[in-house]
Design a protein around this ligand. Structure first.
Ligand SMILES: C[S@@+](CC[C@H](N)C(=O)[O-])C[C@H]1O[C@@H](n2cnc3c(N)ncnc32)[C@H](O)[C@@H]1O
Length: 241
């Protein structure tokens, strides 16, 4: 809707995944480039876009911290779809510089989709408490497995960074989230392989039991209330100049 009848032109999906690549490959672009930091993800994205990918469309495995990645290229439209929260896992401490990096690649519009940090110190609602408990448990498992959890950033912070990097913000909106079973199951299930790697089996068993208790509580709540209402996604549109 924000795009109106502007042409998409050359399109960069700067943090690709099966959702964004499906969306991008259905748009009337001149060409698209989809970037991921993980080789395994690139295979999934290739599968998700296989039927509609044209000769001029590219999926690239790279890291935005590498100054040579897409150096000298520019795009009419850039999408950063849940990219900023994932940067911690690929290029920690690079988040601020990411905006300057994207600025050099943009000759038109940047759309950024993000998630307000939702694992808060103080939570006011039962829904929020359940989501925080799941988030804390998930991050604890990832840390024990030697991985870096995602780090989400508030919309205000993103707007400041964008403006400081030379973007002009056109639109910024928050959208309340209602989490469903799929989210709960995905968060708990993704920890299984991490738990199986832990050397301390007693700790792994205790964490596993805690995860299953959280799952049971959350799914019962969702069945009763129709979802877990907590937090916000945000969508920002910005232009250069
Ligand atoms: C949470 S996923 C984005 C969701 C995705 N748009 C979708 O449709 O499902 C984050 C993406 O950003 C990529 N990413 C994160 N940090 C990166 C970095 N420093 N350089 C390149 N890609 C990065 C990840 O590899 C992944 O492809």
């Amino acid at each position: 809707m924000l795009q109106g009848d502007r042409p998409w032109g050359a399109f960069l999906d700067a943090g690709t995944g099966t959702n964004s690549i499906r969306w991008v490959s259905g748009l009337a672009t001149e060409r698209w480039v989809a970037v991921t930091g993980a080789t395994g993800d690139a295979v999934q994205e290739r599968d998700a876009s296989d039927r509609v990918r044209r000769a001029q469309d590219r999926i690239i495995v790279g890291n935005w911290a590498d100054p040579t990645l897409l150096a000298g290229e520019s795009f009419d439209t850039i999408l950063a779809d849940y990219l900023i929260g994932a940067v911690e896992g690929f290029a920690p401490y690079f988040q601020e510089r990411l905006f300057a990096r994207l600025r050099t690649l943009t000759r038109g519009r940047l759309y950024l989709v993000g998630l307000e940090p939702y694992v808060a110190e103080r939570v006011e609602t039962a829904d929020g408490q359940i989501l925080c408990d799941i988030g804390r448990w998930r991050d604890a498992v990832l840390l024990h497995a030697g991985e870096r959890p995602y780090r989400e950033f508030p919309m205000e912070w993103v707007l400041e960074q964008m403006t400081a990097s030379g973007f002009r913000v056109v639109s910024a909106h928050r959208f309340p989230i209602r989490y469903q079973q799929r989210f709960v199951n995905s968060q708990i299930d993704m920890c299984a392989s991490r738990l199986s790697r832990l050397e301390d089996r007693a700790l792994a068993a205790a964490l596993h039991a805690r995860g299953e208790a959280l799952r049971q509580g959350a799914l019962a709540f969702i069945a009763r209330e129709g979802g877990l209402r907590h937090g916000f996604d945000y969508v920002i549109a910005a232009e250069t100049g």
